[in-house]
Ligand binder design. Structure first.
Ligand SMILES: [Mg+2]
Length: 395
């Protein structure tokens, strides 16, 4: 019998306002057999689509069941070690290969990754972290009410954990008002949702180590679940120093790709929780390797995922099969038609995803529905965040 072959690698781009979702389809020589992955990377859509096109000739004609072999081929034979754009393209392709493998074997992907180590998957969502208008309005008026209202709405939907962006973009030293705003907002939130709800604070890598440490102390009395990316992502030594002195758990990793990128974070024990994005870090198998490395340092895994619905399916299979998985980011409301562009058996209940036993990833893109939302240039938020004197800050 001839081995099955990859015949085409395609992308389907869906504009979901803040970001364009990039779905990756790998087709095979078996009639009707294909897989889906997701390579969404905010504001780099055309580059990721181009990277998928560049990688496709390396794997067309190959057997899609040789997932590790094909990862090695794309990663090592590219010669240039790839950053987040290239690794996002590889991730989307790799996920689609797992989808195909599961369909061939008639098994859900989590069973191919070691089987379920838990019965359901805990999720958290945002209080408008991406909605910068609400954040700025809240800061401008020094009024945390918008966050409190959103937190209560999320709690009502059954979530027991939320993430907020309440430390404002800053220079390397801050006015007292920045700390006061963060403390006041956190205090209101904790008061509103009670101790049963975990509150994560994402700093978007906005702060200098001195500022970040002060924010950690200001927030500590309200017991944040973790403080995420307190400083920019380039300097692991600076993060390791902060982690040693921080009174609260530190998380990081959404901008880190491959196990090689994570290696110094582990060796320097620079955080308590890692946050690989399965659509950027190299895919499902690479994320499993990264998680296993984290396990040896007793670190938890809270995967980053503000992306589209295929990314949700991928995340479910990772979470079900990974022992040191902690909690999964989920997009609650980006566009109202989010689930209309896919056919999916994913089910949620009381802030958890349930086990899905469909073969493969359990999700199929409706390409006709997807075509109704073609690529559009997104608003680039980063250019809007300025200091009082006009200098650019991390957003
Ligand atoms: Mg983040």
């Amino acid at each position: 019998m001839c081995a099955m072959k990859i015949t085409a690698v395609k992308t389907v781009v869906v504009n979901a306002e803040m970001r364009n979702w990039v779905f990756v389809k790998v087709e095979t020589s078996e009639p009707g057999l294909y897989g889906w992955g997701e390579a969404t990377l905010e504001w780099k859509t055309r580059a990721v689509v181009g990277a998928v096109e560049d990688l496709a000739p390396m794997i067309i004609g190959e057997n899609p069941e040789r997932i590790e072999f094909l990862f090695q081929k794309m990663y090592r034979q590219s010669f240039w070690r790839m950053g987040v754009i290239g690794m996002s393209a590889i991730s989307g392709i790799e996920q689609a290969l797992w989808d195909i493998r599961g369909k061939v074997l008639g098994q859900p992907v989590y069973k191919l990754l070691g089987g379920a180590v838990r019965d359901k998957v805990r999720m958290y969502t945002h209080l408008g972290g991406g909605d910068m208008r609400a954040v700025y309005e809240s800061q401008r008026s020094n009024d945390p009410q918008v966050f409190v209202e959103r937190a209560l709405a999320v709690q009502e939907k059954g979530y027991k954990a939320v993430k907020v962006l309440i430390t404002p973009p800053t220079e390397s030293l801050n006015p007292i008002a920045a700390y006061d705003y963060a403390e006041r907002t956190m205090a209101y939130l904790r008061e509103a949702v009670g101790d049963e709800m975990d509150i994560m604070v994402d700093c978007h890598g906005r702060h200098s180590p001195a500022n970040a440490l002060e924010f950690c102390y200001v927030l500590a009395p309200y017991r944040p679940y973790f403080v995420e990316e307190p400083i920019p992502p380039e300097n692991v030594d600076a993060l390791a120093e902060l982690r040693k002195r921080s009174p609260v758990p530190i998380a990081t990793g959404e901008r880190v790709v491959t196990r090689f990128g994570y290696r110094p974070i582990f060796e320097k024990q620079a955080c308590h929780v890692i946050q690989p994005d399965l659509c950027h870090c190299g895919g499902l198998w690479e994320a499993k390797k990264i998680a296993a490395m984290a396990e040896t340092y007793y670190m938890g895994v809270a995967p980053h995922n503000p992306l589209g619905p295929v990314a949700n399916a991928v995340a479910l299979h990772f979470a079900l099969s990974t022992p040191n998985f902690l909690i999964q980011e989920d997009m609650l409301e980006d566009v109202p038609w989010r689930w209309d562009v896919v056919r999916s058996s994913l089910e949620t209940r009381d802030g958890y995803w349930l086990i899905c036993d469909e073969p493969g990833l359990g999700i199929d893109v409706d390409e006709d529905a997807a075509r109704r939302h073609p690529f559009q240039q997104e608003v680039i938020h980063s250019t809007t965040v300025r200091a009082h004197d006009g200098a650019i800050l991390d957003w």
